[in-house]
Design a protein around this ligand. Structure first.
Ligand code: GCO
Ligand code: MG
Length: 406
């Protein structure tokens, strides 16, 4: 590799991008964005990884992955794995460009014609939520994640302050401010409220529309079991992150009590975080992203491991995964046999000006396109208008002031 640059820009929200160039001038891009902790990954790359890349053979993807993972001695963790992911994706981008093929061809070719993607709807009350679902359907979504306000809680994860009733769904929890915003939480109020909301949604849209819900790490195992059971009549596509993911054993108890499908893993960074979950078939969908789980090389291994147990992919795709990370995910989605669904939250116009993309979106399905590589180019002139701005994810407190999982 002749050069490797770390690009930090904030077209509406912060992104960290790695741009690698080979001795022959072939350019590859990788996403290293870690929402709310962006500069830590930028520094890890600039100070500790870029010097190791210069002079290395860009085609040795596996060797470079192992060298960065094992060679650091300090393994795993979101900062390390996002940095490794950026290198890995940039090298896959390069290899595919040199081959003159879209990346999915190097991963085994297409297993399907398009990638089913789910959108996002939310409302501060039920009528607003129903409008938000209709707006997502009008945007072309055929599967929809439903998040709702809860009476007595001021600000709830996943609920846009003003859900758009037309066009792109715009929800970004990280706020550009010197300190993180404080939100409040009350599990009992949430558990009382959510089943009735899904009942209203099913009454309006019928039984066939795939509906998803994210509990965002807030419940104990027994609370999660109760919620899963209460939601069974509404036939969810999945219930996501019902308990904090660190404790894989927690899902054993949830699983004993409910047939609601479970998704977990957006904050996981390696296959080791899935070891018990996969082996004991405690969940149904892998939520990791290419960006946070070590790149295409590592996420492919996770979904191949999961495939043995009929567990499918459901990769993380909020706007904090950059268009580079999303493009890499789409190539993997298209290629792997055990694809389930892809999260898709459309990026802003400013983001799309910085990252020029070739993916297509039609009838609820994404396709990464046929350009050699991953199909994304970076516009330095557009990026120059959007310097980094400090932003934090919020955190939660219970009514008595105790910090709670956000
Ligand atoms: C999701 C996620 C996101 C995260 C965000 C944090 O399911 O899409 O839970 O909304 O909260 O990625 O940066
Ligand atoms: Mg989530």
């Amino acid at each position: 590799m002749r050069s490797a640059e770390v690009l930090v820009a904030s077209p509406g929200r912060n992104f960290v991008t790695l741009r690698v160039m080979t001795e022959d001038g072939v350019v590859g891009l990788g996403d290293a964005t870690l929402n709310g902790r962006e500069l830590a990954v930028a520094s890890y790359l600039t100070d500790h990884v870029v010097p190791l890349l210069l002079g290395r053979d860009a085609h040795r993807i596996e060797d470079t992955w192992q060298f960065l993972y094992r060679g650091a001695y300090w393994r795993r963790g979101p900062v390390t794995m996002a940095a490794i992911a950026a290198v890995d994706v940039a090298l896959w981008d390069i290899k595919a460009k040199v081959a003159g093929l879209p990346l999915y061809q190097l991963l085994g070719g297409a297993s399907r014609t398009g990638v089913m993607a789910y959108g996002h709807a939310s409302g501060r009350d039920v009528p607003e939520l129903l409008d938000s679902i209709r707006a997502q359907q009008a945007e072309g979504f055929r599967s929809i994640r439903v998040q709702t306000s809860v009476p007595g809680i001021d600000k709830v994860y996943g609920v846009a302050a003003q859900p758009s009733t037309s066009g792109r769904y715009d929800y970004e929890p990280a706020q550009r401010a010197p300190l993180p915003a404080e939100e409040d939480w009350d599990t009992s109020a949430y558990l009382r409220h959510v089943p009735g909301v899904f009942e209203a949604v099913r009454n309006e849209f019928g039984p066939a529309l795939p509906l998803l819900h994210d509990a965002h790490h807030r419940l104990t195992p027994i609370q999660a079991a109760r919620l899963g059971r209460a939601l069974e009549p509404y036939d969810l596509f999945w219930l996501e992150d019902c308990t904090p993911g660190e404790n894989q054993d927690a899902l054993r108890l949830v699983r004993q009590h409910t047939t609601t499908p479970l998704a977990i893993g957006e904050v996981f960074t390696t296959v080791w975080d899935y070891q018990t979950l996969v082996r004991e078939q405690l969940f149904d969908y892998v939520r990791s992203s290419v960006t946070h789980a070590g790149g295409v090389t590592a996420l492919r291994r996770i979904v191949d491991y999961a495939a043995q147990y009929q567990i499918k992919s459901g990769f993380h795709g909020p706007t904090d995964i950059s268009p580079v990370g999303m493009a890499a995910a789409l190539h993997l989605d298209l290629a792997v046999h055990n694809f389930g669904i892809q999260e898709y939250m459309q990026h802003s116009a400013a983001t799309d000006e910085v990252f020029r993309q070739t993916f297509t979106w039609a009838d609820g399905h994404l396709h990464p396109g046929e350009e050699p590589g991953i199909g994304v180019t970076y516009d330095d002139d557009a990026a120059a208008h959007h310097p980094y701005q400090a932003a934090y994810l919020p955190f939660n407190r219970l009514k008595d002031g105790t910090v709670h999982d956000w």
